[in-house]
Design a protein around this ligand. Structure first.
Ligand code: NAD
Ligand code: ZN
Ligand code: ZN
Length: 374
């Protein structure tokens, strides 16, 4: 390919500073170094986390350096590979991943966690293994979001942060497996280990929440209660398997009390998919079905734990990224897993700020950005 070994000039949406809309700029993407892969990004979803890092930096979120190229839910094609890359070749269809899987570290070898340590520190700092980013704009280094940066027509990622997927997978759909859908689905299947005939409540019915509903349904939960302050999400939630949908704004009492009443004591699993610590406590403790429900209001967190409740977090739904994402792609191709239903809009890169607007106004579930269309 004519571009191999050369700097590629292409378009990217650059976040110059927190709290400001993204700017479409011409950027330079350097060739991949050792153990790196340069990817032509074909499609990327726009996740709540992208919005959060831009507009809520410093507000409970770790500070990320700017300028930055956001985007971490993508699919593309390998353009070229750096030295010592053995698993990828130009033309391979891939999903870049914000969570690495080296397959060698103690965490990759443990079935208890998916937190691979490879490149973790540098990726959190917005750079690759050598301490620099491969993207620059107007002579300035542009940091890479979680080591991915898919709001760019080309990007370079470590070879331990790329899943090779089957060649017949539609990239404009399977990009969603790079974050939101895998996270929510895995939250139910892997982290929650939702069981047959159980009852569940899912808080927040965005892409992550709907995927959690889908996971509960696949696990054959008997009752799946969807909770959202935006009732426009309910129709879709039912389509995904929710048996009841409730809006906290329709009640004067706390929503966890409503769930406890509706279920005659509480649910087996509460899945928090909003991103709110307050809801997390409510979802995890206050609606869980035990004899102690009547005392809930007066108990603190430690007491809930003492009474046998479990609070579990999940990063990327507990999946071992590189290893499991190709299997999720198979599940989609075999119609076990929905993806098309999450996509409410398709826009070109130049309209990326519109995608943020749709997400925040609650009008979209996922907007997929086509990187190569102008
Ligand atoms: N742990 C991970 O690996 C991981 C991965 C992806 C996303 N996330 C996080 O998951 C969260 C959801 O992401 P998303 O892309 O689905 O977001 P989204 O904005 O599409 O969906 C959030 C939903 O929550 C609803 N909501 C807001 N406040 C509510 C409340 N008080 N009660 C009930 N519902 C409420 C909104 O109406 C919306 O439908 C975000 O915080 C995101 O950062 C975590
Ligand atoms: Zn995400
Ligand atoms: Zn590892």
């Amino acid at each position: 390919m004519a571009t191999v070994g050369k700097v590629i000039t292409c378009k990217a949406a650059v976040a110059w500073e927190p709290g400001k809309p993204l700017c479409i700029e011409e950027v330079e993407v350097a060739p991949p170094k050792a153990h790196e892969v340069r990817i032509k990004v074909v499609a990327t979803g726009v996740c709540h986390t992208d919005w959060e890092y831009l507009f809520e930096t410093g507000k409970g979120m770790k500070f990320r350096p700017f300028p930055l190229v956001l985007g971490h839910e993508a699919a593309g094609i390998v353009e070229s590979t750096g030295p010592e890359v053995t698993r990828f070749s130009p033309g391979d269809k891939v999903i870049p991943l914000f969570l690495p899987y080296c397959g060698e570290c103690e965490r990759c070898l443990s079935p208890k966690t998916n937190h691979c340590k490879k490149n973790w520190t540098n990726m959190q700092a917005g750079v690759l293994a050598d301490g620099t980013s491969r993207i620059s704009c107007k002579g300035q280094q542009v940091y890479q979001f979680l080591g991915v940066s898919s709001f760019s027509q080309y990007t370079v990622v470590p070879d331990t942060s790329v899943a090779k997927i089957r060649s017949d997978a539609p990239l404009d759909k399977v990009c969603l497996l790079g974050c939101g859908v895998s996270t929510g689905y895995g939250a139910a299947i892997n982290a929650g280990k939702v069981e047959k005939d159980s009852s569940c409540a899912v808080f927040g019915l965005g892409a992550v929440g709907l995927a959690a509903v889908m996971g509960c349904k696949v696990a054959m939960a008997r009752r799946i209660i969807g909770v959202d302050i935006n009732p426009n999400k309910f129709e879709k939630a039912r389509q995904f398997g929710a048996t009841d949908c409730i809006n906290p704004r329709d009640y004067s009492k706390p929503i966890q009390e409503v769930v406890v009443e509706k279920t005659g004591g509480g649910v087996d699993y509460g899945l928090e998919c909003v991103g709110s610590p307050a809801i997390m406590v409510g979802a995890s403790f206050e609606i869980w079905h035990t004899l102690y429900n009547v005392f809930l209001v007066n108990l603190d967190l430690i007491s809930f734990l003492l009474m046998g409740r479990t609070l579990k977090g999940t990063y990327f739904g507990g999946w071992k990224s590189v290893k499991d994402v190709p299997k999720l792609v198979d599940d989609y191709m075999n119609r076990k897993l929905k993806l098309d239903e999450f996509i409410t809009e398709k826009l070109p890169l130049v309209q990326i700020n519109k995608a943020f607007g749709l997400l925040k106004s609650g009008k979209s579930i996922r907007t997929v950005i086509s990187l190569q269309d102008s």
